[in-house]
Write a protein that binds this ligand. Structure first.
Ligand SMILES: *Cc1c(COP(=O)(O)O)cnc(C)c1O
Length: 361
């Protein structure tokens, strides 16, 4: 499918797909060991971190669960800063493992307000960690993570970040912004297929790990670290996805992180300008509109479901609808990873052609 414009999985370049066709190798042998160390080193460059980085064989949600169970104990108070569907998922994971979740939840489409976070942290000194989504894929909003992090660290709390749809596409210097556990996933901005979550673990997160008592086995960061010291993962990894990610990271480093970030900004601006010129409004507060996914508000007279169907069937372009309560209320254009201005131009041209046929009956 050429016109896959959803916010993950995202299209992969041919070189990346070819890497997936490689024969299996011993995941505990020297060749895989070299690739694993190399992939980890490249990820550290793109995370802008000197902290530990691990590959986990799972989707992004597994990475979020790993962040929770390696940092917290049952009964710990955590502040959940949620601006949408994925923020609520992060909170739900913490709740399932017995954390006491204090919600600071915003109307979908809005960004979090740092003053609210400061007030919440002042009011409840026992809060141990703050859970935050950097880029909320369900609403197309990017939080001001630098400002949020500054407040969280003013109070000396642990910062657990869902950066699944931002890292590698939108500026996020993990060390400069003091993120303790940062989670992303291969099928978002990394031009690779689904199958791997990538997480960074700061020294402060390691101190929390020592005291954390939530049950963990498969996600145990201590096991990941001790195996990585031997150039291995604790469990059989998604070998083919590691091959693919290796090539994708090579391409990303060649382009350069600054160029990648600038490209995403340009592409996103083109998407926003384009949908507005078709008479749509953005769903997100424009100041916080995401550079990896554009959420477009439904407009009167247009049947969104029908519009997406026409786009798919007549223009071979797959867009995403709204999740949960946003079903039928928005549609989303994914523009993360392997994407340029021409891809967006094609989406806009197709939307223009499809719109007159998508009128509400
Ligand atoms: C995609 C996404 C997730 C979920 O990731 P899966 O890989 O589907 O488990 C969580 N958070 C954000 C912000 C995402 O974009």
């Amino acid at each position: 499918m050429e016109g896959l414009r959803i916010p993950g999985p995202t299209p992969c370049p041919a070189e990346v797909l070819e890497a997936m066709a490689r024969q299996m190798i011993n995941h505990r042998g020297p060749e895989f060991g070299r690739i694993l160390l190399d992939v980890t080193a490249k990820l550290k460059q793109l995370f802008q971190t000197k902290a530990d980085v691990f590959l986990l064989t799972c989707s992004g949600t597994g990475g979020l669960e790993a962040a929770v169970v390696n940092s917290l104990s049952p009964g710990d108070k955590v502040l959940s800063v949620s601006i949408g569907f994925f923020g609520e998922r992060f909170a739900e994971i913490a709740k399932q493992f017995g954390a006491e979740v204090l919600p600071l939840h915003y109307e979908w489409g809005r960004a979090a307000d740092v003053d609210d976070i400061r007030r919440a942290l002042e009011k409840e000194p026992e809060i141990k960690a703050v859970l935050v989504t950097h880029n909320e894929t369900s609403t197309g909003v990017t939080n001001d993570l630098a400002a949020i992090s500054a407040v969280v660290k003013e109070f000396d709390k642990l910062l657990l970040v869902d950066a699944i749809s931002s890292l590698g596409s939108i500026e996020l210097p993990v060390d400069d912004w003091h993120c303790d556990v940062t989670v992303t996933a291969s099928q978002k901005g990394w031009m690779a297929p689904p199958g791997l979550a990538m997480v960074s673990v700061s020294p402060e997160a390691w101190r929390a790990y020592e005291k954390a008592r939530m049950p963990r086995y498969h996600w145990d960061f201590g096991k990941a670290k001790s195996f990585l010291e031997r150039s291995q993962t604790p469990w059989t990894p998604a070998v083919s996805v590691v091959f693919a990610l290796d090539i994708a990271l090579e391409m990303m480093l060649k382009e350069g992180l600054d160029n990648i970030i600038a490209r995403h900004a340009r592409v996103a601006q083109a998407a926003r300008d384009g949908v507005k010129s078709l008479g749509f409004a953005l769903f997100a507060e424009e100041k916080y509109a995401s550079n990896t996914v554009t959420a477009v508000a439904a407009k009167e007279g247009v049947d969104i479901k029908k519009l997406l169907k026409i786009m798919r069937e007549e223009h071979q372009i797959v867009l995403a609808g709204g999740q949960q309560k946003l079903g039928g209320k928005i549609f989303r254009i994914g523009h993360m990873g392997w994407v340029n201005e021409e891809d967006i131009e094609a989406v806009l041209q197709a939307l223009k052609a499809a719109l007159p046929k998508a009128a509400v009956q």
